[in-house]
Design a protein around this ligand. Structure first.
Ligand code: CP
Length: 310
């Protein structure tokens, strides 16, 4: 397979295992490029990309912008806070205004689930979902699986536990789809109040005891407690959450194997894990960030190749 089966990256749900393989193979090449003294290729000199962020971001926004610049694309950045969205402009009007400036591709983060899918039905540009509410964050899941593959050799057959606030997490849903499409076993772990009802229907198992989950796991992906999305109290206190679901070095040392620790960021240090764990060799958190640039270069490059064929 030499091209993606889709014209947009709206969610992992919409892509095939072969697409994931192609993205990883392409990312291998770009990872080599970004480790050269000159970290840039001229591939997308004829492509213009708009990064539309209607919600805050550090890693994803910077990572996409770096990926685009390392592919030599022209880049425009839009942040809702400083835009006419505040004056009541609709999403389609905002995007159509940007597209009339001859933009080929849109990278969009939006608080509403399905915003990318909605937009893809109304505009001609290729769309990459950079996170839509609690729905999907496909490039995060791709870089997470790519980082597991890099550390453990493969994803197929590995036991991966996703820990924490599953209810409000786009990272959890995209990871479940991505890991399953590659043949990994997925468990989720957290307080019952933060686990969606009927999640087993997605083919995952549920465990509320962190020690038991870690005894089973090769990899633990620790999710952030999303205080900004917690409309009510889902656990008695942050201290109590940390006592039950925070990873410490003592807990990891008491297991009879080494579990790889991941986190999509931003970390609440001392809540999801101690600083000692976050900064240890067992954690691949900064590898995830580094791999994010190569993965996003691969996704942009492969989607742009389809635009060029039109
Ligand atoms: N992982 C992630 O999406 O981080 P940001 O919210 O900083 O982009």
């Amino acid at each position: 397979m030499s091209e993606l089966s889709v014209n947009h990256l709206l969610g992992i749900k919409y892509i095939q295992p072969k697409d994931i393989e192609l993205i990883f193979k392409t990312a291998d090449h770009f990872k080599e490029v970004i480790n050269r003294p000159i970290k840039k290729v001229p591939s997308l000199r004829d492509i213009t990309i708009a990064n539309l962020f209607f919600e805050n971001s550090t890693r994803t926004k910077l990572s996409f912008e770096l990926a685009e610049k390392r592919l030599s694309a022209d880049v425009v950045n839009f942040s809702a806070a400083q835009s006419s969205v505040k004056k009541g402009e609709t999403l389609i009007d905002t995007v159509n205004n940007i597209l009339s400036m001859k933009v080929d591709m849109v990278v969009m983060r939006h608080p509403n689930p399905g915003a990318g899918v909605f937009l893809s039905k109304h505009i001609g540009a290729s769309i990459i979902n950079a996170g839509d509410g609690a729905h999907e964050h496909p490039t995060q899941a791709l870089l997470d699986s790519y980082s597991i593959r890099e550390r453990l050799g493969e994803v197929t057959g590995k036991n991966v536990v996703i820990v924490g606030d599953i209810l409000h997490s786009r990272v959890a849903l995209s990871n479940i789809f991505a890991l399953q499409k590659q043949g990994a076993n997925v468990k989720i772990c957290g307080p019952k109040t933060l686990i969606p009802k009927h999640i087993e229907k997605l083919g995952v198992t549920v465990e509320t005891n962190l020690r038991k989950a870690l005894e089973w796991a090769d990899v633990a992906n620790m999710l952030r407690i999303q205080n900004e999305r917690l409309d009510i109290s889902y656990f008695p206190s942050t201290r109590e959450y940390t006592q039950q679901y925070g990873v410490t070095k003592d807990l990891l040392n008491s297991l009879d194997k080494e579990v790889v620790i991941m986190h999509p960021g931003p970390i609440n240090r001392g809540v999801e894990m101690t600083s000692e764990v976050a900064d240890s060799d067992q954690a691949i958190i900064l590898n995830q960030v580094e791999n994010g640039v190569a993965i996003r270069m691969a996704v942009i490059y492969l989607l742009a190749s389809k635009i060029k064929q039109l």
